[in-house]
Write a protein of this length. Structure first.
Ligand SMILES: NC(=O)c1ccc[n+]([C@@H]2O[C@H](COP(=O)([O-])OP(=O)(O)OC[C@H]3O[C@@H](n4cnc5c(N)ncnc54)[C@H](OP(=O)(O)O)[C@@H]3O)[C@@H](O)[C@H]2O)c1
Length: 326
């Protein structure tokens, strides 16, 4: 089958489009013929091994000390079940599915064998593969951040790094809960953010949101690029600051901020519950929220796709179209 392999950590050029053996599903696995994958910033961070200091060692052990243990990267996919192992009861051949392969990765390929217990679920009728492919990273994290902050109707919510995978979901999910949402990102993403429902937008290159005098009930920092003290001061009494991409100095300050009588600093990694994938797919199927698709790249142009995502040009989701011929 066609796939992209990554035999060492490094720049986008370490990714090679090539032929590899097609996987055989084990008794407790399904074989998915992938139609659409995505490139997330997280994929680029794994490829380059550019991660926060506090997760460097555990991630290096998990992903491979000298080179990626799983040479085919990519964690998001949507496709068709084409074979099921003898012990699989929850999927059948012909099911249209999407989800995450998590640390098993392997979605930059025509086929992937995944555990029947993986965070994979069926695609609703009438919804195409591309429309759900980006739910696992953007949707699950955006939902987790908004839930942890207990966003309530009428509250003011600021999302920093709103124009990417996670932020574009966080903006929509906060709006869905009745909040007044301010989206902060680079200027060329602000129009899209207004279309997704943001009430106010701020170009972070032109304006520092902590300097305007406005305060917020909830601040969700998706990218980890805030000035902590100024941001904490920008919270209203009773406000919550969520650190979506926390670095050690911010976590230490967050722990110290626990002494504050009313304001809270939160950080917690999102899980991948299938119930949440189903909740999000139903919101998309009903048109309550939309999946902002930026560009498509063929699998053979994965290097260009990684360059594009890494450069920060992406607005929402970048889709990888997987060749369908065997
Ligand atoms: N906490 C968790 O559980 C978790 C889970 C998955 C991922 N993550 C991490 O979360 C981060 C974001 O992921 P993502 O997939 O949403 O990334 P993304 O799609 O690249 O979105 C990040 C957005 O932030 C913008 N940005 C960059 N610098 C900014 C600044 N100083 N102020 C405001 N906005 C800024 C980027 O725009 P420009 O680059 O164009 O400026 C981009 O639009 C990644 O580092 C990822 O590893 C965390």
């Amino acid at each position: 089958m066609k796939a992209v392999v990554c035999e060492r950590y490094g720049p986008p050029e370490v990714l090679k489009f090539t032929d590899v053996p097609k996987p055989e599903p084990k008794a407790d696995e399904i074989l998915v013929k992938i139609r659409a994958a995505t490139v997330t910033l997280g994929d680029c961070e794994v490829r380059a091994f550019k991660v926060a200091g506090w997760v460097w060692l555990p991630l290096r052990i998990a992903l491979g000390i000298t080179r990626p243990r799983q040479p085919i990267l990519g964690t998001e996919m949507a496709g068709d079940v084409v074979a099921v192992g003898a012990d699989v009861r929850n999927f059948s051949v012909g099911d249209r599915v999407f989800g995450s392969t998590s640390f098993a990765m392997g979605t930059y390929a025509q086929f992937k064998a995944v555990s029947k217990a993986a965070p994979i679920t069926k695609i609703p009728d009438g919804v195409d593969y591309v429309t759900v492919a980006g739910i696992p990273t953007g949707g699950l994290n955006g939902l987790h951040f908004v839930r942890k902050c207990e966003v309530k109707p009428g509250e003011t919510v600021l999302v920093n790094g709103a124009g990417g995978s996670i932020g574009s979901f966080a903006v929509q999910l906060a709006k869905q809960r009745g909040a007044e949402v301010t989206a902060v990102d680079r200027g060329d993403k602000l129009e899209m953010l207004k279309e997704l429902g943001a009430d106010h937008v701020i170009d972070y290159q032109a304006e520092d949101f902590t300097a305007s005098g406005r305060r917020y009930d909830v601040i969700i920092d998706v990218v980890g690029k805030i000035r902590f003290d100024a941001t904490f001061r920008t919270l209203n009494e009773g406000g919550r600051l969520f650190l979506g991409n926390p670095y050690v100095p911010h976590m230490i300050k967050g722990l110290m901020a626990r002494r504050h009588p009313t304001k809270k600093v939160l950080f917690a990694l999102a899980g991948e519950p299938i119930d949440d994938l189903d909740y999000l797919k139903n919101l998309i199927a009903s048109g309550t929220i939309t999946m902002p698709i930026d560009r498509h790249f063929p699998l053979s142009e994965i290097v260009a796709a990684h360059r594009y995502v890494e450069a920060g040009h992406k607005k929402g989701i970048v889709v990888i179209d997987i060749p369908q011929e065997d």
